[in-house]
Design a protein around this ligand. Sequence first.
Ligand code: UDP
Length: 331
Amino acid sequence: MKVLVVGGAGYIGSHCVRQLIAAGHDPVILDNLAYGHRKAVAPELPFYDVNLGDREKVKAILEDEAIELVMHFAAFCYVGESVTEPVKYYENNVVATLRLLEAMMDANVTKFVFSSTCATFGVPDRLPMTEDLPQAPINPYGQTKLDVENILKSLSHAHGLSFAAFRYFNAAGASEDGLIGEDHDPETHLIPLVIDAAVGKRENIKIFGTDYDTPDGTCLRDYVHVDDLSRAHIAAFDKLDQPGAQHFYNLGTGTPNSVREVIQAVEKVTGKKVPVVEAERRPGDPPALYADSKKAKAELGWEVKFDTIEKIVETAWAWHSAKPEGYQDRG
Ligand code: UDP
């Protein structure tokens, strides 16, 4: 299938592009490189340096390339920044996404795969988290993703848009060959920060809160490998033939790991000691978030390949070892 990957030069999008090729699809990449990396995408692939909110240009690309399905990974994703700069988040994550969806309708492209987040649920009242839990985001980032989920439902109802929305837990890891991986600026995610502390690129890793009501007092999260996430998205393509189809899936391994367990995994994989500082809780961090992905398993035949935190960290370490400074494609 001819697929437009919006945000295809970003962390998850670039991994999905490679999985699309492995599955025999034909990806076309759209990315304005605000956060994405040109080097994360093979140079021979069709690449448009265009803003997803540019309705006219996107429509022309959809038509010229005869796109059959659009995948959207191009959201801003810093929770803290979304609290201090909400307009930036609503502008890109909601308004520009609406323009993208309008361009799709203009061009009669009716299949859409959306990267949503477990942050749409806020603080869950039940664990593990199933799709039917109430959604009550606690920050603008999660709210913008929930807004798009609701827009998709309305467009599906009114115009027959078929879509699958995936609520990811903690996307982590890198391609197994170490060629592409996580390169955020600034980096806020736990695994790359712990690796930086292991190799001495930062003085230490701060554990945000050691007095949570969890087995070792630190937060529990569900780390899921980017390639596993990508494969779930691709498995959903078959579900989108019916006009107006609506699918929501929570994607995680279902096995939570604490911050301390992640640090231990990095120490084991790298063979290096990680200097740790116990710090205050980070505002807005729920104590535990982990998925019940039975629905994705049953309906998509999805199986997690990277089923332990060590396996995920091994791939992040392979990427770090190959490119300690990341892509180095910023001026
Ligand atoms: N965390 C931490 N120190 C850091 C960064 C993160 O203790 O320097 C913790 C954070 O409080 C959370 C977990 O690691 O419990 C995962 O955080 P991350 O920012 O990677 O993802 P989030 O769960 O916030 O989406």
